[in-house]
Design a binder for this molecule. Structure first.
Ligand code: HEM
Length: 512
């Protein structure tokens, strides 16, 4: 053997030994987690219902940076505020991507839903395009429309056949839907029953189901992708969902583009679509998927808040005292009252903390090795902030199960420190719209009504089960009745008068 070959062999050997050492060192520094079974790891240990609660309990044993092996996928669950900041925020560039979601993204969204798109030029372009529709400035410009829609919501509740035993879910969903679709298409939902609204709800429910962690084994065992159709019924279902959704989004986008009327995100996007090199399907999806991202999330948070206000009557009294002091009790609160109502603002922040809609967080993909304390999070891992656990982090929130609006610093921006909008570069772009919608709805509801448990025919309280939440990627309260008791006749008169003004304000928009 020549000197050259010997030297080559030695170098190769040194390299191999070094690689092995590094691999061992890396695996020794992997975060801890519960033991799994060969091949499938922890896949079959994940609770089928509300797994974020199970992960929260496990984090008490394994710590705030916990590893799960879900099939071939290493998943790191973060359960403290410090870990979420130290990993998803401090390493934002290396955690900005998404794991591949074959069913929910590739099949059911044609790879065009912003929420699932991997980090890269396409994602950057879409986020930039979205800015004009959801930035703080855009959110501020929606105030008249949010005020009008919330006045209509109050009127819906006031005139419900039995406000003392009323499931407000449908009226609240109409309200949040109308805000998002007016911003998106300059078209509102007047009844919540329009055909397009029903179709939107249907598409959203399918995506929520297909995107829920653990909803499908193919999320964890990628070779299941290659199973023939008869063994993989999810393929036809997801492809069909995409076909329906794209058809709907395209029709709504094209209609907005062809129409004249108040400015909206669809028309703004249509003007710069060519310059941004977005094709019709991408532009349609960008506008259309705002509905799925923004409507049920906001409605679910508001429904949670109603439950928490009922459970905490003293919070209602304090919020109402603040609202009355600012409004004098003879006008509805306005979006511009936000700085004068720190306690009501605190109610919004507190519901987002204690009942985070995206309870388990959304998955980020580590695209480089990340060192955090003694741990290494290897490139290729999924990193997920468990909002349910993070928002109960004892280092940040004392008595985390208590609903305490006064724990929030009134000097901080409204979106600051909530965490339920995610972390790092993928943080929710709709948060400025969401917190303003929630603020105006909360301030106005408490202006007009006392909230209590509804009573059954025998006069007994109908309890609200705080665990009765849906089990999707977004988890929202299941239907429940509550009592909405008008505070007095004068306030009811204010609501009726504002309803008239609101209807005339929204009459410039079409119907979805
Ligand atoms: C209470 C209401 C809302 C909550 C709790 C919420 C929460 C979230 C969360 C947790 C994420 C993922 C963040 C991450 O990956 O770390 C997200 C993403 C997103 N949200 Fe929201 N959201 C809300 C309302 C809205 C609204 C009103 C809109 C639009 C008008 C919106 C649009 C989006 C979009 C487009 C994304 C995808 C961003 C991306 O992946 O780059 N959201 N949201």
């Amino acid at each position: 053997m020549g000197t050259l070959s010997t030297a080559f062999l030695v170098v190769a050997l040194v390299f191999a030994v070094d690689q092995l050492r590094r691999k061992r060192e890396r695996s020794a520094r992997l975060p801890p987690g519960p033991p799994g079974v060969p091949l499938f790891g922890n896949t079959f240990q994940v609770a089928p219902v509300h797994p974020w609660k199970q992960f929260y309990e496990l984090s008490k044993q394994y710590g705030p940076v916990m590893r799960l092996q879900l099939g071939g996928q290493t998943t790191i669950i973060l359960s403290s505020y410090e870990a979420a900041q130290g990993i998803l925020t401090a390493h934002a560039a290396d955690t900005a991507s998404r794991p591949r979601q074959y069913v929910a993204s590739d099949l059911a969204s044609g790879g065009m839903r912003l929420l699932f798109i991997p980090h890269g030029p396409r994602w950057r372009l879409m986020r930039r395009a979205l800015h004009s529709g959801v930035s703080i400035r855009a959110a501020e410009s929606y105030a008249p429309m949010q005020e009008a829609e919330s006045a209509i919501l109050l009127h819906d509740i006031l005139t419900a056949p039995t406000p003392e035993r009323y499931d407000a879910g449908t009226a609240i969903r109409r309200f949040t839907t109308s805000i998002v679709t007016t911003a998106a298409y300059a078209r509102r939902s007047a009844t919540g029953q329009e055909e397009n609204v029903q179709r939107l709800y249907e598409c959203m429910a399918t995506i929520a189901r297909l995107g829920r962690p653990g909803s499908n084994i193919v999320q964890y065992v990628s070779w299941f992708e290659y199973l023939p159709g008869w063994l993989a019924p999810w393929r036809a279902e997801a492809e069909d969902a995409h076909k329906k959704e794209l058809g709907l989004f395209k029709a709504m986008f094209q209609r907005a583009r062809a129409e004249e009327g108040p400015m909206c995100f669809a028309r703004e996007l249509a003007e710069k679509q060519e310059e941004m090199e977005l094709n019709d399907s991408e532009a349609s999806y960008l506008v259309g998927s705002l509905f799925g991202a923004g409507s049920d999330t906001t409605a679910g948070s508001f429904l949670s808040l109603i439950q928490l206000l009922i459970a905490n009557p003293e919070v209602q009294r304090l919020a109402q005292a603040e609202i009355d002091a600012v409004t004098g009790g003879d006008r509805l609160p306005l979006v511009s009252d936000i700085p004068r109502m720190p306690y009501v603002r605190g109610c919004v922040k507190e519901v987002l903390r204690i009942r985070p809609v995206t309870s388990g967080g959304s998955p980020h993909l580590a695209t480089a090795d990340i060192a955090y304390g003694d741990y290494i999070i290897p490139a290729g891992s999924v990193v997920q902030g468990n909002h349910w656990a993070i928002n109960r982090d004892l280092d940040k929130f004392s008595d985390p199960e208590e609903f305490r609006p006064d724990r929030w610093d009134a000097k901080e921006p409204m979106e600051e420190g909530i965490g339920s909008f995610g972390y790092g570069r993928r943080v929710c772009p709709g948060q400025h719209v969401a917190v303003r919608t929630l603020f105006i709805a909360t301030a106005r509801l408490l202006f007009g009504f006392d909230l209590k448990l509804a009573k059954d025919e025998s006069g007994n309280d109908i309890p609200i089960d705080p665990n009765a939440y849906s089990n999707g990627f977004n988890s929202v309260p299941l239907p429940f009745p509550a009592a909405f008791i008008p505070r007095d006749a004068d306030r009811a008169t204010v609501i009726k008068a504002e309803y008239g003004r609101a209807i005339s304000e929204v009459s410039k928009y079409g119907i979805l």
